[in-house]
Design a protein around this ligand. Structure first.
Ligand code: BG6
Length: 467
């Protein structure tokens, strides 16, 4: 075997629903070079045949079954790690994927190191960890410290699946291959920026995790801030992971910790009746905030973010609102300028729309919004690759572009720290109707901090005014 993916918690939900199907798909689509085997490790009393049968039950993992192996272990038990060492000893690359609850990350990392399986500094030995990466700055630092004692940064892969979305990566391509836009991508021409990550679904069956986390930990600390960093960062020297991560960290350092006074939280009506949710829970299922990015490029430009569950429509998008041009007069009457908007649609209906002002045909100078549309899906000519497949392909290739660094994760916790503390301290979130765009406070926020209003997902920027 060229590569072995050692999956801790391989019989669990995350591994079977996400990690292993993505591995099979990445291998099938040719994104992965060489032969890859799976070694499941966990507390379930399985053996090789039992694990193979489990993989064989699902067509999305069946191709991995024939060569799959199982090591039963308690996560702190050295004998299990010795068996893993025997099984992977002749492998060129070994990836340890921690698909377990985060409480056992430290004991697994320590045990790998104690068994010499980490080979500290050897980039052919890698470790992959996934959200939640801490609950706050202190726990995030502690996790990073534990990872750092076993592995060097170059061996560590922290998953943020948003970064691995093709259209999120396209934000970089769009910005840095179109000098026309990049030239105006600053306080001189940009009036405000909006980032929305809206979901239609409620929390489903995930109350056990979500009621302890909420929208800020679940989405803002990671996906939303990462997306914002790509939109706002300085041009990296190259598209290599090292330079991109450096530019992203620099930007996150400029993002000021969110002031609870410039944020709004909401909870969808019915959340308290969801299975497993504490009936008195004050957990937010919606969060919106105005952020300040204090650097040369963005001084004075408000960045608005919002995310939530049970909203009207699933959409992730970024909207750049450019400054209005001076309004010209026609027959002594000042014409209403049309605001130029650039909408980067991350999902669904991936693409880019530029709203510009145009003259209504047949009139003298009546201005109307018009749109220029680019469908990203059409460019690809084939379905966009799944983010998880891309994550696995990049780990196996040893490329860090779509993985945030430990410093980025820590900094993101710093940015949301005051907000989390304030919201855990008291009060109840504003209740909003399922299928709405969240609480009213979320709407007011934009007007209050110098924007106009949200461009709601699904609205065609070339058809609406007032944004
Ligand atoms: C996950 C969150 O990280 O991202 C979920 O834990 C959320 O709550 C999901 O639903 C959204 O991802 P996507 O790719 O469906 O937009």
């Amino acid at each position: 075997m060229d590569t072995t993916l050692v999956v801790f918690g391989a019989s669990g939900d995350l591994a079977r629903r996400k990690v292993l199907p993505a591995l099979q798909a990445a291998c099938a689509s040719g994104q992965v070079q060489g032969r890859v085997g799976v070694l499941g490790a966990g507390r379930s009393t399985l053996d090789d045949a039992g694990f193979q049968a489990l993989l064989g039950e699902d067509e999305q993992t069946a191709a991995l079954a024939p060569s799959a192996r199982w090591v039963r272990l308690d996560y702190g038990d050295p004998s299990g790690y010795r068996r893993i060492a025997d099984l992977v000893s002749s492998c060129r690359q070994v990836v340890y994927y921690l698909a377990t609850p985060p409480e056992v990350f430290p004991v697994i990392v320590d045990s790998l190191a104690a068994a010499g399986l980490n080979r500290r500094g050897d980039a052919t030995r890698r470790v992959v960890v996934e959200k939640p990466l801490g609950r706050d700055l202190a726990t995030s630092r502690e996790l990073n410290r534990r990872l750092d004692t076993g592995f060097e940064e170059a061996q560590i892969y922290r998953i943020d699946h948003y970064l691995a979305k093709d259209t999120v990566q396209n934000v970089l391509a769009f910005r840095f291959s179109n000098s026309l836009f990049e030239a105006g991508w600053n306080r001189t021409l940009v009036q405000s920026v909006q980032v929305t990550a809206a979901e239609e679904e409620g929390i489903g069956t995930r109350s056990g995790y979500y009621d302890g986390a909420g929208a800020v930990r679940d989405m803002v600390q990671n996906h939303v801030l990462q997306l914002l960093a790509l939109v706002a960062m300085e041009p990296p020297t190259t598209f290599d992971a090292r330079d991109i991560r450096k530019a992203m960290l620099e930007l996150l350092r400029a993002v000021q910790p969110i002031d609870p006074q410039s944020a709004v939280r909401g909870q969808y009506r019915g959340y308290l009746e969801e299975d497993g949710v504490d009936r008195t829970s004050r957990r937010e299922t919606f969060a919106a905030a105005a952020l300040r990015v204090e650097n040369w490029r963005w001084d004075g430009v408000p960045f608005f973010i919002r995310t939530g569950k049970a909203l009207r429509q699933r959409t992730t998008q970024v909207v750049i609102r450019f400054r209005d041009s001076p309004a010209l007069k026609l027959e002594g009457i000042r014409q209403r300028p049309i605001t130029t908007l650039l909408q980067l649609r991350i999902q669904p209906h991936e693409g880019i729309t530029l709203r510009i002002g145009a003259k209504r045909p047949g009139t003298r100078f009546e201005m109307v919004p018009a749109g220029l549309d680019l469908e990203y899906q059409g460019l690809a000519g084939r379905p966009l690759p799944d983010a998880y497949e891309h994550v696995l392909a990049e780990v196996l290739a040893g490329v860090h572009t779509v993985f945030p660094s430990g410093e980025e994760i820590d900094r993101s916790w710093e940015i949301v720290g005051d907000l989390i503390a304030a919201w855990e301290g008291g009060g109840h979130p504003e209740v909003y109707a399922r299928g709405s765009w969240g609480p009213e406070g979320g709407e007011e926020l934009v007007a209050r901090f110098g924007g106009s209003r949200w461009l709601n997902p699904g609205e065609d920027p070339s058809q609406v005014g007032g944004v």
